[in-house]
Each structure stands twice: as C-alpha cells, then as structure tokens.
Design a protein around this ligand. Structure first.
Ligand SMILES: [Cu+2]
Length: 501
C-alpha cells in the first residue's frame, strides 16, 4: 500500500499543534502543519572529483509570503550536500557572487592550512577560490561555512553553510543505509528569530552576544516544521548542528532508542544505543533509527540550558543578562512518517564497524586553554574589570582576544598533544581546525557517550581533556584556528590560531 502525500499529511496532522505552539510564539497565524520537506540538492563529486559552488544573495520565505534576505550556495539559503570520495583529490571551485567578502571553511575536513578556508583565505566579492582538497580520512559527515573573523555569525545565520559527506563507497557492505534522501537523510539543524512580520533578521543584543543568538523557530534544512517520509526499516540520520548557538538535546517523543554510529570524524567501533543525544554547534552525529514497526516518530529537543562553567557564576550572569531562550518545554525538530512505497532494504543495525585502531603515542606536550567569557562580563578588556555591561563585548582565550597577526601555539607535524580546555561561566562548543582528537576525560571522569570516537568539536563544560593528533600542515601565513563555535563568541574574540610544521 503506497502512502500518498495527502494520507501522509493526514496521518501526521496530530503533530500540528505540537509544532504550532512553541515555534512561533505569539504569531499563531504562521503556524503550519508539517510539510514534506524539499530535500537539499546533492552534488555527487565521488566520480567527477570536482565540484563548483557559488555564494549568492537571495530571499527566502521562511514564512509563506514573507521574504527574508538570505545568503546561500547555489540557492538562496544554505548550500548543496556535497559528496566526495575518501582518498580522492577533489578540485573545488568557490565563487563569491555576493557583495560581501566570505571564506569557505571545510569543517572537519583534514586538509593543509592553505586549503582550510579559515579567516586567512578570504574570497572577495566577484572572486573565486579553487583549492585542491586531498581527502585523506575515513567516511564522515562534515560541513562547510563562511569563516571570516568578525563576520561569521551574521553570514552563517544568513545561510552560508552546507553539508560535506566523505564517502568510501563501502557503506552498503557495512550494512548501512546508503541511499541519500531515502534511507540516508541529512538534517541541518538551525534556529531563527522572526520579527513581528515574520522576517528573519540578525540583530543580536547584549544578551545574545553573551549567551549566543538563539531563535524560537527551529528549522531543519532551512524549513520550519520539517517532515520526512521514511521506509519501513532502518534509517540513517546525519545530524549537523549549524545553529549559531543553540544546543539541541535530542530524543524521540515516543521514547524509542536509536544507535549512535558516528560522531564528528566518522564511525564508532561499535554502535551505542542511546535514547537521548546532545548536539552542540558545529558537532555532527549519525544515528540509525528503526522504523520496522511501521510507526513514525517525532524528533524533539529539550530547551537550551546553560551549564558548564568552572566558576559557578552562571546565576550572576543570568541575573544580569537572562538567557534569550523562548522554549520552556521540549519542542519538535522533525517528524518522520513511514511511507510503505519506499524501499527498506535494511532491518538490522550492524554490530560493529571496521574502524582503524592505531595505538596513540604518548603526548609530547600539554597545553591549557581557558575560554574567557569573564571578560565579556567585566568590561571587555580581560583582566581589567570595568563596571556593568560593556557596549562592545570581548571574549578571548588565555586572556587574549583573537589576533590575525599572532600565533597562539606551534605544533609539530605528526605529534600528539594533550590539550586541557576549560570555560569560566558557561559551556562552549570548542572546535579545532585541521586535526582530530579523542576526548579522554571530562571533569576528571569518563566522557559522555556523545564524545565517543574521533572528534573535531566538543562541548566544554568544566574541564575537558583531549588527545589531539596533528597530521596536517599549516604554516604561519595559513594557520589553523581553535575557537568556540558559538559564532557570536568566535566573532568577538574567543578564537586562537596555531601552526603545524
Ligand atoms: Cu563560546
């Protein structure tokens, strides 16, 4: 029995109210039933070993009939899902057809610093950037986004982001869902704040700079109320947190468990069975969800809560500048409805994956990085406390805001280092370019399940200890970044840079 679109919408109508209530507070007229989501376009560069994207300005009707100004790659908002082959040299072509400078950072792709797309690889309006990307890493779900210093938050919010999949062609042999858009689904999670007319604008106030910019309207792949038909079998979800600041604390409304099969840098040795998963900005996770019963499901998130400073001053911070979260209860992120017309080849979750198991060398160096959010409270100039809330906030790392002309660390190519990262008043998603790392301890204890496997981004709440592998070079002209992935914090200075030589 084939499920028609009408039937599909009817059977998912019970979630309409669920969507309507929290997502569009005070604007009931916008509340819409879940709609079948238009899939993100896919560029399959696995055979061609080349792809082209162009940043463009456009308009997007997040609310029907109400256009918002947006940016995207090849389309008005977000960009295509790009598939590249592990082991290939891929010729990338990035055009900038907007009237603002951009860059394109391949988040999680382990390439030399001159091809990383950070703040030093600016692409001027009208210009092109054509890096050759040596893809030398296991299969993983990565993403790409603009990354100019001081101009990342507003432009990623406007839409300059997309998904990059490293594929080795062996997923079917692994017993994994491998048909993009059918049993292998990409979900880009974001949030938006709409003004009273329904326009998404980026105008952060002081509380937004302090905590990060949150919106009360949650989007998947650029659409509110996202809904996906799924086959009656095992379905793979590739989750990408591309929000400026929101932590998604995900679960299924019916309480079903799922298998976490991959984190940022690829497969775990064995799937982990979980019922809840936190995904913070910049992180990715791949899940297998069992729809063999024929019952659909709604993916929900708990509200964003702020945890994780070492100084236990969160209360004071909240008193001065309350967290701008609009949700008070779990809210829907996406609806999945079983469509019996879709092929469902897989009914079993694989027991293990062929993950490279190299012994790690003993770290040669220990470095400590303190993510300074105190400076923002105390007057911008860290260490010289002012009074009240500064007009211009500054964040930093180890007492200093980001400086394009200063190196914060120099690592040796091929080395492994122990990095100890801590925050002060709140948790921060911490990303390192050009490396992969293992999370070896959190506050002295065993890391959370989400931090299994090789990572490139980790939510630091308290003290987090990493073992970092420096396997890709970056010279002083094109260093790698280390930074908070709350984009407001990054833009305001919570970033450093390092060479690998
Ligand atoms: Cu931060």
């Amino acid at each position: 029995m084939a499920v028609t679109r009408r039937h599909f919408l009817k059977t998912t109508a019970s979630s309409t109210l669920y969507f309507a209530a929290p997502a569009l507070v005070g604007c009931g007229a916008w509340a819409a039933a879940p709609t079948l989501s238009a899939p993100l376009p896919v560029i399959d560069a696995t055979e061609s070993r080349a792809f082209e994207i162009a940043a463009v300005a456009g308009e997007t009707e997040f609310v029907a009939g109400v256009p918002s100004p947006t940016l995207g790659f090849n389309q008005p908002y977000l960009g295509p899902v790009i598939r590249v082959r592990a082991g290939a040299e891929v010729a990338a072509s990035v055009m900038n057809r907007t009237n603002v400078p951009i860059s394109v950072h391949w988040h999680g792709l382990l390439v030399p610093g001159d091809r990383d797309g950070g703040p030093h690889q600016q692409i001027a309006p009208g210009a092109a950037w054509r890096p050759v990307l040596p893809v030398a890493q296991p299969p993983a779900t990565l993403w790409y986004h603009t990354h100019l210093h001081g101009e990342t938050a507003s432009r990623v919010y406007a839409g300059l982001a997309g998904v990059l999949i490293v594929d080795d062609g062996n997923d079917a042999d692994r017993g994994l869902p491998a048909t993009l858009g059918v049993d292998d689904l990409v979900l880009v999670l974001q949030d938006k704040r709409l003004d009273t007319s329904g326009i998404a604008l980026y105008r952060p106030g002081e509380a937004d700079l302090m905590h990060g910019f949150l919106g009360g309207a949650v989007m998947v792949n650029g659409q509110f109320g996202a809904s996906f038909p799924v086959p009656r079998g095992i379905v793979r979800l590739r989750l990408v947190n591309a929000a400026n600041a929101r932590n998604f604390d995900l679960a299924f409304a019916d309480g079903r468990t799922f298998a976490l099969i991959a984190t940022d840098q690829g497969y775990l040795p064995t799937p982990l069975t979980l019922s809840r998963l936190r995904l913070t900005p910049g992180e990715r996770a791949e899940l297998l969800v069992d729809f063999a019963s024929g019952d659909g499901a709604t993916l929900v998130s708990a509200p964003h809560v702020e945890t994780g400073g070492t100084m236990e001053m969160g209360g004071m911070m909240h008193d001065m500048l309350p967290l701008p979260e609009t949700f008070t209860a779990p809210f829907p992120v996406a609806v999945f409805a079983v469509d019996l017309s879709l092929p469902a080849p897989l009914r079993v979750i694989p027991a293990a994956f062929d993950v490279e198991d190299q012994p790690l060398p003993t770290p040669t160096t220990t470095r400590r990085f303190i993510l300074n959010d105190m400076g923002a409270m105390m007057g911008g100039d860290m260490g010289h406390a002012g009074h009240g809330i500064p007009a211009a906030m500054t964040f930093g790392i180890n007492g200093r805001p980001f400086d394009m002309n200063r190196l914060d660390a120099e690592a040796v190519l091929g080395a492994t280092e122990r990095w100890v990262i801590s925050g002060e008043m709140m948790g921060h998603p911490f990303h390192i370019h050009g490396v992969r790392f293992l999370v070896v301890a959190e506050n002295g204890g065993v890391p959370r399940a989400e931090n299994a496997g090789w990572k490139d981004t980790v939510f630091v709440e308290g003290v987090t200890e990493l073992l970092v592998r420096f396997d890709h070079p970056a010279d002083a002209a094109n260093p790698f970044m280390l930074h908070c992935h709350i984009l407001e914090h990054e833009d305001l200075g919570m970033m450093g840079q390092f060479t690998v030589t």
